[in-house]
Design a protein around this ligand. Structure first.
Ligand code: FAD
Length: 404
């Protein structure tokens, strides 16, 4: 039987971050990963000169711990323009980001969506949340929608800005997500910029995995059982005995610990020869019953498509057992961006059932990740459902092991 000091279950960002610190401290570890690649929920497919990220997601330059362990020069982050282009059912409104760029709050463009008092309230929120940390927030939790109403934002502003913008991040339309996560995301957006690596989101896990010895990752190893003496059994190989086990990706359910529940999303890719104005902005569609948001990825990083515009479309919810009406999407695209349906070619579809974790009210009540006897739960759900949360959870686990 193989014996190893620490086994990390999962080569997502949390597992990789954990391994990178153990490697730095010359600790013995092994990552076991059920798939054949690093990155877990962050990944890209490289096909026919296109880059298809598996689900639309962005990095935020305010992610402090992630920025410390990533080789940012190599990743070469490409920035979205701060703000969004919102289609109100009739036409597009260009909205300079009221969070990052408050001086634009008072521009005429923004005025049509919000009242003077909404603008002042945004400024106040930016000020109050500038150093926000969930762990220091002892306030009574509520849903994001309740929080925005409590702060007396107008319904129009909630419907046309907060709701489409944050539903694209939470991947749920009702803003049921904990107000604490809202405050965390709002604070990050006021400090940082949304961006993607030049050559796809996959470059984020790839960059962390450059800090770890590749021989210490066992791919195609699905952990199926753990016994009381910390012997791990896999479907395809010999057993491994470990002193410490770091669970990520919900693998703690093998020791009967509850793991997270997820929001789902369907991510569609289309290409078009139609030129799209303001392509560096995320486009939001609060009045569309299918399309929540669209990003024109090659406008942000030309590596995503050498020729045509590549549209990444997010449809919120679990459509894995449904047909998505591709012709109807094409029709909507031609209404929004011009041309006819034949100008839009469907390229790819990803149904991501386990996308962002559900972080409803009271999600952030104190829980311990350290279960004793070398059993440690990591993963984004132990910190925040984000790239930064996953990285922090992995670093927390390795720091615990190093001190132990
Ligand atoms: C569509 C989408 C959009 C998102 N948008 C954003 C965004 O814009 N910004 C942001 O910051 N975050 C975003 N996120 C969230 C972010 O991607 C995650 O928080 C982060 O990647 C989670 O990393 P993790 O290591 O905790 O979990 P995972 O990535 O789920 O990794 C867990 C790993 O463990 C492996 N595993 C599980 N069980 C076993 C087992 N029994 N044996 C072996 N291996 C196992 C899995 O195969 C997986 O590789 C988004 C996520 C999705 C899917």
């Amino acid at each position: 039987m193989v014996r190893v000091e620490t086994v990390i279950v999962g080569a997502g960002l949390s597992g990789l971050a954990c391994a990178s610190l153990l490697e730095k401290h010359k600790k013995e570890y092994l990552i076991v990963e059920k798939s054949n690649r690093v990155g877990g929920r962050v990944g890209s497919i490289y096909e026919n000169d296109y880059i298809f990220d598996v689900g639309f997601q962005v990095y935020n330059t305010a992610y402090a711990e992630s920025s410390r362990i990533l080789d940012l020069k190599n990743i070469d982050l490409q920035l979205f323009k701060p703000g969004s282009v919102i289609h109100n059912g009739k036409k597009f409104h260009m909205v300079s980001d009221p969070i990052r760029d408050p001086k634009n709050l008072f521009s005429s463009l923004f005025s049509s969506l919000s009242s003077f008092s909404d603008k002042l309230k945004v400024l106040l929120l930016i000020y109050e949340l500038s150093n926000y940390r969930i762990e220091n927030d002892i306030s009574f939790d509520m849903t994001t929608l309740e929080y925005l109403k409590q702060r007396k934002f107008s319904e129009k502003f909630i419907d046309l800005f907060f709701s489409p913008f944050f539903s694209g991040i939470f991947l749920e339309k009702d803003l049921k997500t904990s107000s604490k996560f809202f405050k965390y995301v709002f604070s990050n957006f006021s400090k940082g910029m949304a961006c993607i690596p030049k050559n796809g989101m996959q470059k984020i896990p790839d960059s962390i995995s450059n800090n770890i010895n590749k021989e210490n990752i066992f791919f195609d190893h699905a952990l199926i059982k753990i016994d009381r003496s910390k012997i791990l059994s896999f479907s395809n190989s010999i057993d491994i005995k470990a002193d410490n086990i770091v669970f990520t990706g919900g693998s703690e359910n093998l020791i009967k610990k509850k793991s997270a529940k997820y929001n789902s999303v369907c991510n569609l890719y289309f290409v078009t020869d139609i030129d799209i104005k303001n392509g560096k902005y995320i486009h939001l569609f609060p009045k569309d019953d299918l399309i929540n948001n669209i990003a024109i990825l090659n406008k942000v990083s030309s590596s995503y498509s050498a020729s045509n515009n590549l549209l990444s479309i997010s449809v919120l919810g679990d459509f894995s057992t449904f047909d998505i009406p591709i012709n109807s999407i094409k029709k909507r695209l031609s209404n929004y961006f011009g041309g006819s349906e034949s100008n839009y070619d469907f390229m790819k579809r990803f149904d991501i059932k386990r996308a962002t974790i559900i972080q409803n009210k009271d999600f952030f009540k104190k829980r311990s990740s350290f279960l004793g006897e070398g059993l440690i739960v990591a993963g984004d759900h132990t910190v925040t459902g984000s790239i930064e949360g996953a990285v922090c959870s992995g670093l927390n686990a390795s720091n615990y092991i190093i001190k132990r």
